[in-house]
Design a protein around this ligand. Sequence first.
Ligand code: SAM
Length: 245
Amino acid sequence: GGILYIVGTPIGNLDDWTPRAKNAFETADVIAAEDTRHTQKLLNRFGIRKPLISYHEHNRHTREKELIDRLKQGETVALVSDAGMPGISDPGEELIRSAIACDIPVIPVPGPNAAVTALVASGLPPQPFLFLGFLPRNTREREEVCRRWRRVEATLVCYEAPHRLKAMLQTVLEVMGDRRVALARELTKRHEEWLRGTVSECLQWLEDHPPRGEYTVVIAGWEGETPSMDDSEETAWWQSLTVIE
Ligand code: SAM
């Protein structure tokens, strides 16, 4: 039978491309890509020529059957998204589950991932952590989600589009309180930037520096009804906003 490879790709810096990812693409009979034109460019850069088939949110139901049929016939499929790990706020989840249900070997080929990359450098506890992906666009629903996770004693990691970042942080402030946050902007890219401070400090900063580019937001977990952020050395560097460009 065939194999389904889940292949991670760079989240900005092409030097994060791994030899194993290249190998998986070379081994594959077909590459299932979120955006075939985007992936084609990446393949061109690395001199790989392979047939591509699109697999995204809007065609996944029909494509899933086709891909599973091919896997059953012994073909090897490499699943890839536009950036980072497939399935992480990207297409892939259902295909992976179907393959597992059909006893098709599923082999992950790890690559960069914005959530974990932001988490490890945030300065907040890396474990436990809770990955929330994109919070809902609708304010009511976003508040609902924030309320649901408010009392969880785990560092929270979210993705957000630049034009929704302020609204998202506003909801976090209102529902979860003025917690410590780290905003990781343009990770691995030339204009990588870090903003560490409280939610209100970051919102203040963003008033004068409109968000641009890609952001991952790391939020401190629940610390009780009245967090004491003033007496420990550990929290000292959070006392005022820090921006690292
Ligand atoms: N599958 C990807 C992964 O493994 O990280 C995530 C895909 S999701 C559609 C895209 C979101 O991830 C962006 O809106 C942003 O929130 C976050 N992201 C992706 N690349 C990033 C980067 N270089 N710096 C900061 N955040 C990034």
